[in-house]
Write a protein that binds this ligand. Structure first.
Ligand code: 5GP
Length: 111
């Protein structure tokens, strides 16, 4: 089922794009938790990491490469976090696979 990110990818909802190619879109998070908070997602509708199929794994490498480039571009190469929430218990609210790129301040320890 199409999510809010699916609608953004289709151009039916607005977003602030920071990167786009045929396979991947990166946008600013609407509710940033840090000075830099970008969401990097495949255009293909994949609900989350756990539902990835074997043929989709190259997308993850490309997303990590884009995260690295964006971190450099945003001036946060010295300290940033890339994460994905998988499933409701982990805090996933939009069921279209996306990775958060967060930085620009000292980040809280996990746990
Ligand atoms: P999740 O909780 O699924 O890991 O992350 C969803 C993220 O999407 C949240 O950080 C939330 O702020 C962001 N978000 C939800 N709706 C929109 C939207 O319409 N536009 C943008 N740019 N971000 C959104």
């Amino acid at each position: 089922m199409t999510t809010v990110f699916g609608l953004i990818i289709q151009g039916k909802l607005p977003s602030t794009k920071v990167f786009e190619n045929d396979r991947i879109l990166a946008i600013k998070d609407i509710h940033p938790v840090a000075p830099v908070h970008i969401l990097i997602m495949p255009k293909k509708e994949i609900p989350n990491l756990h539902s990835l199929q074997k043929e989709d794994w190259p997308l993850i490498g490309e997303i990590m490469e884009i995260a690295q480039s964006l971190a450099e571009e945003m001036g946060i190469a010295d300290g940033y976090r890339v994460l994905t929430n998988n499933g409701t218990d982990a805090g996933q609210t939009v069921f279209h696979l996306h990775f958060h790129l967060i930085g620009g301040r000292v980040l809280d320890k996990l746990g």
